[in-house]
Design a protein around this ligand. Structure first.
Ligand code: SDX
Length: 372
């Protein structure tokens, strides 16, 4: 074992190869800068790019969107959502939902590329329905089905409110989904790759990935960012709060990244949309508060914000309940997870690293009768 190197948290370890995205010198999906996709593409185009490797032609996009629209959520699943405890974590509901979808998917047992592409498309369409249905049920309302012809981003908002969003709100949601869609070997994606490397199925990989994403060191951070901002309350209290938090060695949610040390390009891009929606919805003081906190964290800890820092504000301005923020990350990242599962299976090798043993040295067994 002497020649094997151990790095806590696999920091700096290359654990595989991927053609799906790179975060070296900025974030690119299949060679396209994420800022270009956020500026000019839709989430549907981006999901297609991640799954198929190329941006779709108008015809391909139309057929893709038609397949998404045709995907249904089986009625027993919606009935089960009614039976779940109303205070269940929404990430637990998404995890249960992804697992339940496997029971009604005709391709679950088929691990071929074509079957996994069909399943990935269905998950892309079904997870937003589960998110919205679960939320409306806990509000005592009936689920709303997706409106034919609306984009996935618009339908996510429509299914929550029964109101079609304005073009600006639809675009804000669309951009957040584009920015969250893929990020190389992050913890939840690596989880999905480990699971499917045993030749297990896509739904098992996505269910495990949701479990990993839930954690506050990963996807769960965006919900805690809003809790921080609401705790601070106003921009005139921001400096006091953050200096106190740093003095007490608190981990500031929405800051830092295992790989990005000079800043997360997604956070930089989304900031302008936060300002735009804040002005439209009267949340300028929250933007001011965020700027004060960001400036001090950068100055004192040399830590730039990651995507969760602006995304929490954007979702707040879109009037979304905070417990939906990480589930929205699931709705988006299922595109990346599925692409990685398909890539892993295309040239699979069971992922099975080693560990340094730190337990007791070899010792003789003592029969029960002789133990004190
Ligand atoms: C996502 O990997 C991905 O790509 C993830 C993601 C994706 O798209 O999939 O980008 C999405 O998960 C973004 C990250 C969301 N998480 C948070 O915002 C939670 C807060 N951030 C941290 O917990 C932390 O920055 C991590 C977990 C994101 C990264 O941590 P590392 O690489 O393990 O670094 P570390 O914990 O070893 O910290 C190094 C130093 C420590 O100081 P010292 O103890 O050495 O003095 O930096 C400090 C840490 O205390 N530090 C922080 C901090 N993050 C790191 N201090 C205060 N607040 C923070 N947020």
């Amino acid at each position: 074992m002497a020649d094997l190197v151990y790095s806590p948290g696999l920091e700096g370890v290359v654990a595989g190869e991927t053609a799906i995205s790179t975060i070296v010198g900025g974030l690119e999906y299949r060679g396209y800068a994420v800022e270009q996709l956020a500026e000019h593409a839709t989430f549907e185009e981006t999901a297609y790019l991640l799954l198929y490797g190329e941006l779709p032609s108008p015809k391909e996009l139309g057929e893709f969107r038609a397949r998404l629209e045709a995907a249904q959520v089986a009625e027993p699943i919606l009935q089960t959502l009614r039976a779940l405890p109303s205070d269940a974590s929404m990430m637990d509901v998404m995890r249960t939902g992804a697992s339940m979808l496997a029971h009604w998917d005709p391709d679950t047992a088929d691990n071929s590329r074509d079957a996994n592409l069909r399943k990935a498309e269905r998950l892309l369409a079904q997870l937003p329905v589960i998110l919205a249905a679960a939320q409306r049920l806990r509000e005592g309302k009936e689920p709303v089905l997706p409106q034919p012809g609306l984009s996935l981003a618009a339908n996510q908002l429509f299914m929550l409110t029964r109101v079609e969003p304005s073009p600006a709100w639809e675009r804000a949601m669309d951009i957040s989904l584009i920015l969250y869609a893929e990020h190389e070997y992050n913890a939840s994606t690596f989880t999905a790759r480990v699971i499917c490397s045993t030749l297990s199925d896509l739904h098992s990989a996505v269910t495990g990935a949701i479990g990993a994403l839930k954690g506050p060191l990963h996807g769960g951070a965006n919900e805690r960012v809003l809790e921080v901002l609401q705790k601070v309350g106003s921009s005139d209290r921001a400096e006091g709060w953050i200096r106190n938090a740093l003095a007490s060695k608190q981990r500031i949610m929405g800051f830092g990244h295992r790989v990005y040390k000079d800043g997360d390009p997604r956070a930089a891009y989304l900031k302008a949309w936060c300002a735009k929606l804040a002005a439209e919805t009267g949340h300028e003081d929250m933007e001011q508060m965020a700027d004060v906190i960001e400036g001090i964290v950068r100055e004192e800890k040399k830590l730039p914000p990651n995507l969760d820092w602006p995304s929490a504000r954007l979702y707040h301005y879109l009037n979304l309940p905070v417990e939906l923020y990480t589930p929205l990350f699931v709705v988006s990242r299922v595109a990346g997870w599925s692409a990685h599962v398909i890539e892993q299976l295309s040239n699979n090798r069971l992922i099975r690293p080693r560990a340094n043993y730190t337990g007791p040295v070899t010792r003789q067994f003592v029969p029960l009768a002789e133990r004190k």
